[in-house]
Design a protein around this ligand. Structure first.
Ligand SMILES: NC(=O)c1ccc[n+]([C@@H]2O[C@H](COP(=O)([O-])OP(=O)(O)OC[C@H]3O[C@@H](n4cnc5c(N)ncnc54)[C@H](O)[C@@H]3O)[C@@H](O)[C@H]2O)c1
Ligand SMILES: N[C@H](CO)Cc1c[nH]c[nH+]1
Ligand SMILES: [Zn+2]
Length: 432
């Protein structure tokens, strides 16, 4: 990992090191665009052909049904089942608390306005399954989707080489009451949910993280189909802000936890002491050497770095500019740092709060904006699965109170028909 001294970086340098994506000369976009077009034109046949190419499996059927899922789920090891149950319960509890109703507001006597939530009817959940299958992502998307009461929940995940899915994903489906998993991965799964195929239904909004092909496909279909997306949730990343009281081995473990996701993941250390940086980087090498996914994590670290700052305020200013998916504050008095956080997907406070707790089980959602999109997007929550519809009701007193205001502004805008809609009512003889 490279080490930068913040003081020596120009604004342009800071801008450059905050750019996450490995250089894309347009080839990823072109490839994804070709995949999306194939699915649009050839539907299920294209999906089968891409499964053969990328997942190395010849699929006869593009989904697992309720009975197949139940039978696969029965094979889940007891210990994993219990852990998934605990995670499910915590995540559900945290998300349930996000369901609110809003009180009506009388803006003027006789003029009442309010908002009501309605679930998005057809949602598509993408569960990654490339280098690692992520049942935790199934919980993170499936729990808010079911709590929001979405009518149709379409789930896509890449098939294993035996043409099935593993017992963890199947168990999550059973737990969530989702009775079908579609066996499609990558950009082709996103395209299938955006356009619909003979087997996979079209949805109104697509959710879920994924690699660069998945993320690019979500961005592409958003502009071309009547399909919304949750956010760009691409390669995982973490920024750890550490002072001299941090524990280098804890910090190293947190950096590696995100680095092991994929070669384009990024792990950033921002520290107030060069001694802390040296000790942490030494720990990173020691822990990396014995990780099963050391090849992946090692490549991600080539794309990662440390920044030496003068003080925590400077470190936080850098973090806000970077806008990390995950921000870990490994300092004493982290409470005083909280008000300074402007851009971050999810924040982990203190030395005993590892980021992986949030990945799996503490309750917060792990589907989060990456690549700096934390500057403008929130992570997935109940809100992501609902729309808010505004309502209003005006009575006779209200019409008398608001009528002239509307008439005057309508006239100022030169929109006579708008003005008439008020005047005709105010002048009505029988008063309604
Ligand atoms: N931001 C978040 O909230 C969040 C959460 C969990 C995971 N993640 C990220 O999700 C990603 C998961 O990636 P993954 O690869 O393991 O699984 P994935 O399911 O996203 O992608 C696997 C699919 O990618 C496609 N693919 C692979 N190589 C291809 C190629 N050369 N051309 C076209 N398509 C190709 C294949 O269809 C394959 O099935 C990781 O980067 C991880 O960091 C992010
Ligand atoms: N860290 C990922 C989000 O960037 C989520 C995850 C799933 N499994 C493990 N981690
Ligand atoms: Zn993770």
């Amino acid at each position: 990992m490279k080490v930068y001294r913040f003081k020596e970086l120009s604004q342009q340098d800071i801008h450059n090191i905050c750019l996450r994506q490995l250089e894309d000369d347009g080839s990823i976009r072109d490839r994804v665009s070709e995949i999306v077009n194939q699915v649009k034109q050839h539907g299920d046949e294209a999906l089968k052909s891409f499964s053969s190419q990328f997942d190395k499996v010849e699929l006869k059927k593009l989904y697992l049904d309720e009975a197949e899922l139940a039978s696969i789920a029965a094979g889940i090891p007891a210990e994993v089942k219990t852990a998934i149950d605990v995670a499910y319960s915590n995540i559900k509890r945290f998300h349930e608390a996000q369901i609110h109703t809003e009180a009506p507001i009388e803006t003027m006597p006789g003029v009442t306005c309010w908002r009501e939530s309605r679930a998005i009817e057809r949602v598509g959940l993408y569960i990654p399954g490339g280098t690692a299958v992520l049942p935790s992502t199934f919980l993170m998307l499936g729990i808010p989707a079911t709590l929001a009461d979405c009518k149709q929940i379409v789930v896509c995940s890449p098939p294993q080489q035996d043409g099935k899915t593993n017992s963890y994903l199947a168990y999550c489906a059973v737990l969530l009451g989702i009775n079908r998993i579609y066996l499609a991965g990558g950009a082709q799964a996103v395209a299938a949910m955006a356009y619909g195929t003979a087997t996979i239904p079209k949805v109104d909004k697509i959710f879920g993280p994924g690699n660069r092909y998945v993320t690019q496909a979500k961005q592409l279909i958003q502009g071309n189909t009547l399909t919304a997306i949750d956010m760009p949730a691409g390669p995982s990343e973490v920024l750890v802000l550490a002072d001299e009281t941090a524990n280098p081995s804890y910090v190293a473990s947190d950096l590696l936890a995100q680095a092991e996701h994929g070669i384009d993941s990024q792990a950033i250390l921002v520290a107030t002491s060069s001694d802390m940086i040296d000790r942490t980087l030494a720990e990173v090498q020691a822990q990396l050497a014995v990780l099963p996914r050391r090849d992946i994590a090692g490549k991600a670290l080539e794309n990662s770095y440390a920044v030496l700052v003068d003080d925590l305020a400077e470190g936080m200013a850098f973090s806000n500019q970077y806008g990390p998916e995950h921000l870990i504050i490994a300092t004493t008095g982290y409470e005083s740092m909280v008000p300074l956080i402007v851009n971050a997907g999810s924040v982990f406070l203190g030395n005993l709060t590892p980021e992986s707790a949030g990945d799996y089980a503490s309750g917060t959602n792990h589907t989060l904006p990456t690549s700096g999109y934390a500057k403008a997007y929130s992570g997935v929550s109940i809100d992501s699965f609902i729309k808010k519809i505004t309502f209003q009701r005006i009575d006779k007193t209200g019409l008398n109170n608001i009528g002239n205001t509307v008439e005057v502004i309508a006239a100022a805008e030169g929109l006579q028909a708008h003005k008439n809609a008020i005047t005709i009512r105010l002048n009505s003889e029988n008063g309604y």
